[in-house]
Design a protein around this ligand. Structure first.
Ligand SMILES: [Zn+2]
Ligand SMILES: [Zn+2]
Ligand SMILES: [Zn+2]
Length: 319
């Protein structure tokens, strides 16, 4: 039971930090609320653990052992407890569904704020509160079988609710304005979801433009008022939206979804789309004239041959 009490207290303290409107306490708000959510998750793992060791699912390391009747059982080992990734894995093994997109967003934001916190980050903090609210509400209700407003107390609950509602209304207005833009490709459509204000890191970004997206598509932050072009943020949001694929390509080999564009020198050449998101540079040669394989950026200098055929060709010329 102490896990649940700690979870609730941590969330309440976080909300109090936030409500002070003192920027100095925003970071503490974020830390407390995120810690509170993890404690809620641990409470669930505690409840799911078998009676012989109520902490087994919370422990990072688990080892087999015998119970008093000689049956093999698993017990927790050592002091280390599960981290974020391990909690997610255990939930997925046990069929506990959480809104993992929201949860991953929250963790990412928390990390960003820890590293890049500025006085202008107030709105990013509001976003964290709004995303946390949904996670907290759904988890308490669906997986702990409790009433969120009772557990958290009226004041904390209402503050969370209000912050989340205000945020949701603004988010919707921003989303609608960005939908007026024709993003032309799936890669860019996925990426616009990741646009953040370069000044305050808020995701509440809107536009007055319509029509096809281009490097000069006008964007504005509805939180701090910063104005910028798509060109200023596209590299970062492509990277954020393709991070998973980039990581896999690095780890397992294979082609990275983004490359350095030879024309404008940004990491905005989209392999799937075959052109650059900033300067529209396109490949001159798509397929090898000899063997027909797709040609990469690096192979453009071979005048329509792949590196293999180019090599063969050079060998033949030498003979
Ligand atoms: Zn801003
Ligand atoms: Zn380019
Ligand atoms: Zn070839």
């Amino acid at each position: 039971m102490s896990l649940l009490i700690n979870a609730i207290e941590s969330i309440q303290v976080g909300v109090e930090d936030y409500l002070t409107n003192e920027k100095k306490r925003y970071l503490s708000a974020v830390r407390n609320i995120c810690a509170g959510i993890l404690l809620l998750y641990k409470e669930k793992l505690y409840r799911l653990s078998p009676p012989h060791d109520k902490e087994v699912l919370i422990k990072k390391d688990i080892k087999p052992s015998y119970d008093t009747e000689g049956n093999v059982v698993f017990v927790g080992k050592g002091k280390k407890t599960v981290d974020v990734q391990e909690i997610k894995e255990r939930f997925s093994n046990l069929g506990i569904k959480i809104d993992s997109k929201n949860f991953d967003d929250l963790n990412q934001l928390r990390n960003d704020i820890e590293h890049y916190y500025t006085d202008k980050s107030a709105d990013a903090v509001r976003e964290i509160i709004a995303k946390s609210f949904i996670l907290i509400r759904d988890f308490i209700y669906e997986h702990l079988d409790e009433q969120p407003h009772q557990l958290l107390g009226e004041e904390c609950w209402k503050s969370l609710l209000k912050t989340a509602e205000v945020y949701a209304v603004e988010e919707e207005a921003c989303r609608k304005s960005l939908e007026q833009i024709d993003w032309k490709s799936q890669t860019l459509r996925n990426a616009y979801d990741k646009i953040r204000c370069p000044a305050c890191h808020s995701s509440l970004i809107k536009t007055d433009d319509e029509g096809e997206c281009s490097a000069s598509t006008f964007l504005a932050c509805s939180s701090c008022g910063e104005e910028f072009d798509f060109r200023d943020v596209v590299e970062q949001c492509l990277f954020d939206s393709l991070a998973g694929q980039i990581y896999t390509a690095m780890k397992d080999g294979g082609e990275a979804p983004l490359s350095r564009c030879p024309a404008c020198d940004h990491d905005t050449y989209m392999l799937d789309e075959g052109h650059c998101a900033i300067c529209e540079f396109e490949l001159e040669y798509l397929d090898c004239n000899m063997c027909g394989t797709n040609l990469s950026l690096d192979e453009q200098c071979f005048n329509g041959l792949c590196s293999y055929c180019q090599h063969k060709w050079e060998q033949m010329m030498d003979e």
